[in-house]
Ligand binder design. Sequence first.
Ligand SMILES: [Zn+2]
Length: 292
Amino acid sequence: MYVKRKTINTKVSISGIGLHSGIYTKVELHPAHAGSGITFVRADLGLRIPALQASTTALDHATTVGRDDVSVGTVEHLLSALMACGITDLDIHINGPEVPIIDGSAVPFMHLIDAAGVRELASDIRVLRITEPIEVVDGNKSIRITPSNRLVIKYKIDFPHPTIGKQALQFDLQHDNFLKKIAPARTFGFKHEVEKLRAAGLARGGSVENCIVLDDGGVMNGPLRFRDEFVRHKILDLVGDLALIGRPVVGEITAYKAGHALHSKFVEQILRAAEAEEGAPAMAARGIESFA
Ligand SMILES: [Zn+2]
């Protein structure tokens, strides 16, 4: 199964503070030629980092891609929006170490891509199709994929917090569905964790403007956009992590209490299985090419 490769029509940009670094950066999306893939370009350093699983360097609380000592953090919300729009080829210029968090959701990125316009390229990309179930388990957390002709995500979470508790949602990845049901769901965090995160050099740009903050009593900066905004955001994150496969993927995914670290192991397993199935590196080829 193949689909058309896609890029954007024109250059667009967005600026803001990074959730973890607290550093203000500007992101510019540039159209790219067919086959070049999605690449982060550290505009301040002239370094290209392919948006691929092989580039991931850190997975604590957000997904980071890097090369040598240079990285771009919190890539998942932007990549999630690009995946939902079917973008396969794009240069993402950024003049600092972290993608802006904006409002904590993927809506600003969806609007940015919409403003640029999406255009089909002359060549096709092969969809990664799962032929055998793949599962990754870590204690009581798990994520699995079984064969399907569409990308369907069933996500379940269970937090010991009265506002969250058990939440479950099934989602079919299509542009309009994503824009309406998943993109608006914001990042969330717990007040008691903020001090710990800050001590570890994280959450420095976090505020009630870009993150749902929960304390023992409930949401400190309501109202929520959805009663089950939390599980919706987990789906948003997973779509972003799946984008690091570097190709569209179809299958039925069931995730339970997962997060970036488990998503990442899962993507590795999918790539390994695809490599065995297709008899060629499922991701490496264009990654190396885009270093040139
Ligand atoms: Zn997130």
